[in-house]
Design a protein around this ligand. Sequence first.
Ligand code: ADP
Length: 220
Amino acid sequence: RRGTGPGAVAVIGLGRFGSALALELMRNGAEVLGIDTDEDVVQELNGLLTTTVRADATQEQVLRQLGVDEFDKAVVGIGSDVQASILVSSRLLKFSHPEIWAKAITGPHAEILEQLGVHHVISPEHDMGIRAAHLIQGRVLDFVTIDEGFALIRCPAPEAIQQRPLDTLDVRRTYGVSVVAVRRPHEAWDATEPGTVLYDNDQILVTGPTGKVEAFSNLD
Ligand code: ADP
C-alpha cells in the first residue's frame, strides 16, 4: 500500500503555506505527495518533493487515483479559495484513512472546517499574530501555545534562579512553572535535572500557564 510509512503525507495546495510545509516535511525525512492545480507551482517543486502532481483535488476521482485515501495524513493548504478548501476537505473526510489537517484563512472558515469534522484546523495568520505579540513583548525568544492558557517559552535564565541547583529553588511552587531544558552558550539543548545550576547567558525552556511563564520570563 502507498503512503503507509510513518511519515507519508499528502499536501494539497502548494502556495506559500503548503510548499513551506511540504519542504520542511521532506527535510524531516517524510514521503510527500504534493498536489496543486497551478502548473508553475508544480514545476517549481518538481523533484523537491517525493511526488508532485498537477491536479484538481476537488475531484474525488483524482484523490483516489493518486492514492490519497491510503495516506496516513493529508494537509489541505488551500486558503483563499474557501470553496475548494471545503470541498477537498469533505472529499477527504469520506475516506477512512488520512488524518486531515486544513488551513483556515478566517474565523468562519475555521468554524466550517471544524464543523465538517476536519481533525486539525490551523489558522496561521491568527496564531502567528498571537505568537508575535508575545515575542515583541518582553524577553520571550520563542513562544508556543500548547493549549488554551498553557504555553512553552524560550527565554534567558532569570537572575532569580541562577547560581543554585534548580531543586533547591522550588521553581514550581514559587513561580508555578517548570524549567524543562537548558542551552548553555555554544552548547546543545539538554533536559534539566534537579541538580542543574543556571548561569548568565543560559537559555531555558519553560512550561506552565501562559500568564505565569510570561511573568517568569520577566523576572530580574
Ligand atoms: P498561501 O497563502 O499559502 O499561498 P493560497 O490559498 O494562496 O495559500 O494557495 C493555495 C494553493 O492551492 C495555490 O497554489 C492554488 O493553486 C492551490 N489550489 C487551489 N485550488 C486547488 C485545487 N482545487 N486543487 C489543488 N490545488 C489547488
